[in-house]
Ligand binder design. Structure first.
Ligand code: SAH
Ligand code: SF4
Length: 349
């Protein structure tokens, strides 16, 4: 069991005959001071080396690549898991906050046609420890490299968080309680898995919920987001209404702007109809190019017109800044790039 799978009682058990206060000290050192367990200089040297050698206190991720852009304000890390699978996380510094985009699965089974992660398919769920450790490394990076506290979290990396519900929610509880990130500053982004949304409404966790809509009629949406066939828009809207009432949290819609596909007048009208019912905020995302989806994103002026049209229809919409575009900070793309690079290198030899 790696370090980030342990609760305080299990940590005390692993530390065995050590005095009781040691477990607290280790916990505080890791979750509070953001030091690796084996680097805690406040501990006696022999205990530190015992910690370093104990497989039950191991970390789960090793970094295989880091790409920085936006003058050091966007940092994308590629992590290797113990079984060789790879996932990514992206740290983004803004003037008023530092946000981490985390992965919840290695791959994704949802098959959205425009998404690099979906195109690569599903490998496995991340464990609670693997999710928490992304937060740990990012919080330490934010503290040391940016001199700022990691304040916000978005589950918008690789994977569908609702498909890995138990591990994601278990990790979120620790993130709130032990890393001290407020639930209100955590956004769970979902393709629209209705049972997960209904379950989350009962958790008493005031998370922000983002829903990847991308098309506002069933025919179009099913073509882009195949899960829509299972959880069609009418049922999804009902579940979201329930979430909104129960949690009292605003819901947002994600809409990747695809030229000639979902950026027309009729699309804006249909989307406005759904958004108004839920008083949802709309985030317009410039489409990032992916290997198996050949269609271009909407031109910037079309995106602005679409936003203005939504505004005229009574819907608040913002155009999301395309952070890390040069480093392919979209869903799953760093991994795709590294594997291509690795393949190219392998070919040369
Ligand atoms: N599985 C979840 C969260 C991860 S995807 C979900 O789908 O919501 C995070 C966001 O990136 C989603 O809104 C998703 O639709 C969007 N996305 C995926 N591929 C994209 C692309 N090529 N360009 C722009 N946004 C993309
Ligand atoms: Fe999975 Fe989200 Fe990508 Fe769809 S957009 S394939 S749900 S990661």
């Amino acid at each position: 069991m790696p370090f980030f799978d342990l609760d305080p009682a299990q940590l005390a058990e692993v530390l065995g005959s050590e005095p009781n206060y040691r477990a607290k000290q280790v916990w505080q050192g890791v979750y509070g001071m953001l030091e690796r367990p084996a680097d805690l200089t406040t501990l006696p040297k022999n205990l530190r080396s015992r910690i370093a050698d104990d497989p039950r206190l191991e970390l789960s991720l090793s970094r295989v690549d880091r790409i920085t852009s936006d003058a050091g304000k966007t940092i994308k890390d590629l992590w290797q898991l113990a079984d060789g699978r790879q996932v990514e996380s992206v740290l983004m510094a803004y003037s008023d906050r530092v946000t981490l985009c985390v992965s919840s699965q290695a791959g994704c089974a949802m098959g959205c046609v425009f998404c690099a992660t979906g195109q690569a398919g599903f490998f496995r769920h991340l464990t609670r420890a693997e999710i928490l450790e992304q937060v740990f490394h990012a919080a330490a990076l934010s503290k040391h490299a940016l001199g700022k506290r990691l304040s916000n979290l978005v589950f918008m990396g690789m994977g569908e968080p609702m498909a890995n519900y138990d591990n994601v929610v278990a990790a979120i509880r620790v993130i709130v309680q032990d890393f001290g990130i407020s639930a209100r500053h955590i956004t769970l982004s979902t393709v629209g898995i209705i049972p997960g949304i209904l379950r989350l409404a009962q958790e008493g966790l005031p998370l922000s919920l983002a829903v990847s809509i991308h098309a506002a009629n069933n025919e179009k949406r099913t073509a882009l987001v195949p899960m829509n066939a299972r959880y069609p828009l009418e049922d999804l809207m009902e579940a979201l209404q329930h979430y909104r009432t129960r949690s009292n949290r605003r819901i947002s819609f994600e809409w990747a702007m695809m030229a000639g596909i979902n950026d027309g007048v009729q699309d804006a009208i249909e989307l406005a109809g759904l958004a108004r019912r839920l008083r949802a905020h709309v985030n317009l995302i410039p489409l990032n190019p992916t290997p198996a989806w050949d269609y271009p994103g909407s031109a910037p002026e079309v995106v602005r017109e679409f936003r203005d049209h939504l505004g005229a229809l009574g819907v608040n919409a913002t155009i999301r800044a395309n952070r890390g575009n040069q480093i392919a900070a979209a869903c799953g793309q760093l991994q795709a790039q590294v594997s291509r690079r690795a393949k190219a290198v392998a070919k040369e030899h």
